[in-house]
Design a protein around this ligand. Structure first.
Ligand SMILES: Nc1nc2c(ncn2[C@@H]2O[C@H](COP(=O)(O)OP(=O)(O)OP(=O)(O)O)[C@@H](O)[C@H]2O)c(=O)[nH]1
Ligand SMILES: [Mg+2]
Length: 400
């Protein structure tokens, strides 16, 4: 009898274990196949896996797709159709939070200047070295001379030169160059049409190839959504279908719809359509991503001018953001000049300031264009775009 009871107990335990394993296995199969971007972004028509990459030296596409969202793994039983809409981090204070990244690549400028200024004897040679340091950091000739002159004067007047005094002095003078009276906020104020309808704010994102336009458009959409705005994206880069996919992937993560056209289609028509739909949907903001173009190609620059003019038939373009790769240094200034002539740039986005860029470019580009740096890119992560703040930036330059 005891043996019989023992046999029944063993049979129950074995059965239980086996069925448990089967259920776990099934559940695992029902979950998302992987950290696949297309699955994660759900609802929107799933972007086809990048088809052709024949002629693309461009860095973008798959690599530039936003990194995987950790929370996707935590919702294995979600309906495949329901998009995983993320809650982006608020934009406020991002530059301070990301300061370490900025400081990593920039600290040589501040440190170098402080070391030179601390020399016992500030002779002509030392001032020349200070000038060279500033020029090497992409500050530009005129601002460099201005800064050196002001520093010379103030150091002369200053009796003592303790490290604290020098740091404060340098901070003040750098701030004097970096700060501008111009408003650095991205214009998100919509207008009103002639018939009294509300119009969304329109922002055009422009620049040469690979500077980070699409990534910036995607990151900016997140910032705006975090601020409670409804956003429509326009994929006016019609050169490659992958470009629109890339933008759509960014948008779908925060519930922003992307208006796209056929590959090789007219970019101005796509931009027009995006704005039209933005108006119909009473969206707060329409962000139009454009194709990268060399400032030296007149035909492509004319096309950009047309995109803007066509959009303006429906609503004023309140913001033209020029995206510059900060690592290209003075080269970026030449681009900036041409873009500004063609489309009236209203703000600069300096990307890749987390890399080998030299911070002086902020000063140089503001001088060159007379428009403020509004945003800076400090990494490839979805929330690595920060509103530019002069004080936090200068502090990152001179802090060790
Ligand atoms: N480290 C770093 N990488 C960035 C930043 N912004 C963009 N990138 C990277 O730069 C590459 C190009 O970005 P895209 O947004 O595709 O550039 P694009 O200007 O749209 O390129 P085209 O449309 O081909 O002209 C991608 O690998 C991005 O992840 C940044 O602030 N820091
Ligand atoms: Mg792009």
């Amino acid at each position: 009898m005891e043996i019989l009871i023992l046999a029944v107990v063993i049979a129950v335990v074995v059965l239980g274990t086996v069925s448990g394993l089967v259920i776990t296995g099934r559940r695992r199969k029902a979950g998302p196949p992987d950290e696949d971007v297309a699955t994660r972004t759900g609802g929107a028509p799933a972007p086809p896996a990048e088809p052709q990459e024949q002629d693309a030296p461009a860095p973008a596409d798959a690599t530039a797709a936003p990194p995987a969202a950790p929370e996707a793994a935590a919702t294995p039983v979600a309906e495949p159709e329901s998009p995983v809409v993320e809650t982006p981090a608020p934009a406020e204070g991002r530059l301070v939070r990301l300061r370490a990244r900025l400081a990593r690549s920039q600290s040589s400028l501040g440190k170098g200047l402080l070391t030179l200024l601390s020399r016992e004897n500030l002779d002509e040679e030392t001032w020349e070295e200070i000038e060279d340091t500033l020029l090497r950091a992409d500050v530009g000739v005129a601002p460099t001379q201005e800064l050196v002159e002001r520093l010379r004067e103030r150091v002369r007047v200053l009796g003592t030169r303790t490290p604290e005094e020098l740091r404060a002095l340098l901070r003040e003078e750098l701030l004097h160059l970096v700060a501008t009276d111009a408003d650095r906020t991205v214009n998100t104020a919509g207008g009103v049409s002639s018939t009294g309808d509300e119009l969304p704010a329109i922002a055009l994102v422009v620049g040469v190839n690979g500077t980070g336009k699409t990534t910036t458009t995607g990151k900016l959409a997140r910032v705006l959504v975090a601020d409670g705005k409804s956003v429509v994206l326009g994929a006016a880069d019609t050169f490659r279908a992958a470009a629109a996919d890339q933008l759509e992937t960014w948008g779908s993560r925060v519930g922003a719809r992307t208006v796209r056209g056929p590959e090789g289609g007219d970019p101005a028509s796509v931009a027009f359509q995006a704005v039209k739909e933005g108006i119909q949907e009473t969206a707060d903001v329409v962000l139009v991503d454009t194709a990268g173009r060399l400032h030296t190609k007149t035909g492509l620059m004319d096309e950009l001018g047309k995109v803007k003019r066509v959009v303006e038939k429906q609503a004023p373009v309140g913001e033209v953001l020029l995206v510059l790769d900060a690592t290209t240094g003075q080269n970026g200034l030449v681009q900036a000049r041409v873009f500004a002539e063609v489309v009236d740039v209203t703000g600069v986005v300096l990307t890749k300031l987390d890399g080998t860029a030299k911070g002086g470019i902020v000063i140089a580009v503001q001088r060159e264009l007379g428009v403020p740096v509004k945003l800076v890119g400090l990494g490839e992560g979805p929330d690595d775009l920060a509103p530019f703040e002069a004080e936090a930036f200068v502090d990152a330059l001179i802090d060790q």
